[in-house]
Design a protein around this ligand. Structure first.
Ligand code: SF4
Length: 290
């Protein structure tokens, strides 16, 4: 089993994960200890995967190890397994009525982990294309767009032609984000470069920590993604509050699937609460500096 069903943050969506963090060691083996070649300083200190498994299901840890091993060992088998499991598990969500309003099955890539190599990203391109027209809606966030950091990581673990590989990874991601059934966010934080100054990244959706380099973004309301759906449909830039100091004060309509109109109303109603929440976090951080 490589595909896992649901967790308390994303809700009942299918997800596939990989080991978190920067690769450690040498060669391709290094990816078994971490699949985030673009991991920033912020990631290394704060990755939420450090605190908790990617699902409430204890099987999910085994699933992410099997996913990295199979994708490193036999990409063709990886693709076939993922396609087979997605089709199978989608039937389960359809039967329980847990699809998006247009009947699509939401699939989140990498609750932890990232696109670690261009061959792996290309495998997802094939998977997404094979499932085109079958009502899957994929979404994820990546730091693998940061080519300098990716090239530096590849050089550190001894891969050949690190710069060319890093560029190939970005160009594969560019292709992936153009797919209709795939929403891809460029993940950013204060320890990373300003994404808006990069011509090749200008039309990307951004997901930042505390702030976004793009001027307009909403604050994630921290309700299950299958209820909110803002990122699933790529409705705009988004920012997340730092998880380690987060205190949930925002009410959560867990049980109600929100339409886009209802979501806007919910956000309007919660705007003041969210502002208060942000203020609380800012003060909390000011007074709790390490
Ligand atoms: S903004 Fe909505 S969809 Fe995006 S991460 Fe937050 S809850 Fe999930």
């Amino acid at each position: 089993m490589l595909v896992v069903i649901g967790n308390t943050k994303i809700g009942k969506a299918l997800h596939v994960n990989l080991p978190l963090g920067a690769p450690r060691g040498l060669g391709f083996e290094a990816f078994k200890s971490g699949t985030c070649p673009g991991a920033s300083l912020w990631c290394l200190e704060n990755c939420y995967g450090i605190d908790r498994p990617p699902s409430e299901d204890p099987e999910s840890i085994g699933a992410l190890m099997r996913a990295i091993e199979l994708s490193l060992g036999d990409l063709k088998a990886f693709k076939e397994t993922i396609v087979g499991e997605l089709l199978d598990k989608a039937r389960f969500l359809e039967a329980s009525g847990d699809t998006l309003e247009d009947g699509s099955v939401p699939v989140r890539l990498h609750v932890i982990g990232d696109f670690y190599h261009p061959d792996y990203a290309r495998a997802w391109l094939d998977i997404v294309d094979e499932l085109k027209g079958l009502k899957f809606k994929f979404w994820t966030y990546t730091k693998s767009w940061w080519t300098e950091k990716v090239a530096e990581t590849y050089a550190r673990i001894g891969l050949k032609n690190p710069q060319a590989l890093a560029e190939e990874l970005l160009s594969t991601l560019q292709e992936l984000r153009r797919r209709e059934n795939f929403t891809l966010y460029a993940s950013t934080d204060k320890t990373m470069p300003d994404i808006t100054e990069r011509p090749e990244m200008r039309s990307w959706l951004e997901a930042g920590i505390e702030f976004t380099y793009n001027k307009k973004s909403i604050t994630c309301p921290e309700i299950p993604c299958v209820v909110c759906k803002y990122c699933i449909y790529g409705r705009g830039h988004v920012k997340f509050l730092e998880r380690r100091s987060k205190v949930r004060l925002i009410p959560k309509p867990w049980k109600t699937p929100l339409s886009s109109k209802a979501w806007k109303e919910f956000m309007r109603a919660e705007k003041d609460e969210i502002e208060k929440y942000l203020e609380f976090i800012r003060n909390f951080q000011k007074t709790n500096k390490p």
